[in-house]
Design a protein around this ligand. Structure first.
Ligand code: EPS
Length: 375
């Protein structure tokens, strides 16, 4: 299974093409749209989300609600394009307007301008923008439709925003509750503190990052591989998560904390329960030797604060060569909730890729039968 995305933040639309889906798989468009709408929600988002109402438009690969086995192409339209058409239209655009040269530290602006040989960071930021993640959420929704057929579920929540942390432990079944909260956190008291932190940062023209936890429940053991580095499930998941805009750290299970403990307090001891091996703890986060071990997969991701600060950081203006304040385009103060949905989506897609890699299958019946035969 493979996803390719295209599209600029203020272009006509964002598009995606997924190859490798089996035929006859139901595609729940309402469910995918609910994910897209969750990606747009959350406390601390900026003005753009008031303009957009993201929905998937399927262009090919689906007939009467089921996949055909052909490439599935889809689009998410940018409503804002109507306002940007004069500056973005492929047929001809006024590129003297909406230029960005006061490059933002932490954004792709400066490095992209040098690499792609342009004097306008607009040509860079349009593609580097996190708006691209709308397509990855839609693709993740399709991957979740695939995984659900096998009894595999993905969920998650926000553990910290702006330095306000929830160190609680929650059962998988409790996680869905987070989506009803304004910051997708599970402890209302901590969440109120985090919202106050966002308010303070907004007043100061600043931004906040946070930590997200995503879990996968119900995946049988043996997905991924210990035989080739490129097929290790943890490597595939971490690569997918790291590819999300603004992610600066990813860990599986205990992650960085494992390095501080002795082996006896890290490795999950194995017992027999009703004749089947099981583990009393899950410090490995469901992956050993690059393979799922049947326990819940636990992934944590650290999102840096958004690099567009209304108050502007020190930078240079590439047009004048002089010191300047970075451009303060309309921006989110915090988009950690959005990022939570995005991380769920890319984890779902990475797991679906690993499942498809092992099981193959041209039609859903083959996939389901092969999965059911696994121990
Ligand atoms: C985003 C849309 C963008 C940004 C944000 C994510 O819209 P606009 O640039 O029109 O405000 O709000 O992108 C960034 C944080 C970024 O740095 O580009 C979205 O739909 O998620």
């Amino acid at each position: 299974m493979k996803l390719t995305t295209a599209g600029e933040s203020h272009g006509k639309c964002l598009v995606g093409i997924i190859e490798g889906l089996p035929s006859n798989m139901p595609v729940d468009i309402q469910f995918i749209n609910s994910l897209l709408s969750l990606r747009q929600s959350g406390y601390g988002r900026g003005g753009r989300q008031k303009i957009e109402r993201d929905e998937i438009e399927i262009l090919s690969g689906v007939r009467d609600g089921k996949t055909l086995g052909s490439p599935l192409a889809f689009a998410v339209v940018n409503r804002d394009y109507e306002n940007w058409k004069p500056y973005m239209a492929p047929e001809g655009a006024d590129t003297s307007c909406r230029r960005l040269t006061r490059v933002r530290p932490g954004h792709a602006d400066l490095t992209g301008m040098i690499k792609y040989d342009t004097d306008d960071a607009r040509n860079i930021l349009e593609r580097a923008s996190a708006r691209e993640t709308a397509v990855r959420v839609a693709a993740g929704g399709i991957a979740m439709c695939y995984l659900k057929r096998l009894g595999v579920c993905v969920s998650g929540y926000v553990r910290s925003v702006g330095g306000v942390r929830d160190d609680g432990e929650y059962a998988f079944e409790e996680l869905e509750e987070a989506k009803k909260h304004p910051l997708f956190m599970l402890d209302g008291r901590i969440e109120a503190e985090a919202m106050a932190a966002i308010d303070r940062l907004k007043e100061e023209g600043d931004t906040a990052g946070g930590v997200i936890e995503v879990r996968v429940k119900g995946l049988k053991s043996g997905f991924g591989s210990c035989m080739q580095y490129s097929k290790k499930l943890d490597a595939l998941i971490c690569s997918a998560v790291m590819s999300v805009q603004a992610i600066k750290g990813v860990e599986i299970g205990l992650g960085f904390a494992a390095a501080q403990r002795p082996g006896s307090a890290v490795h999950d001891e194995i017992f027999l329960k009703d004749g089947r091996p099981c583990r009393a703890t899950n410090n490995a986060g469901g992956i050993e030797g690059g393979m799922s071990n049947g326990e819940e997969i636990v992934v944590r991701a650290a999102m840096k604060p958004i690099p567009t600060l209304m108050r502007g950081l020190n930078t240079i203006d590439t047009a004048t060569g002089l010191a300047a304040r970075a451009a303060g385009e309309r921006s989110d103060v915090a988009a950690v909730c959005a990022c939570e949905i995005i991380v769920e989506s890319v984890v779902a897609f990475a797991v679906a890729e690993a499942v498809a890699d092992r099981l193959g299958g041209d039609n859903l019946r083959e996939v389901e039968e092969r999965y059911s035969l696994l121990p």
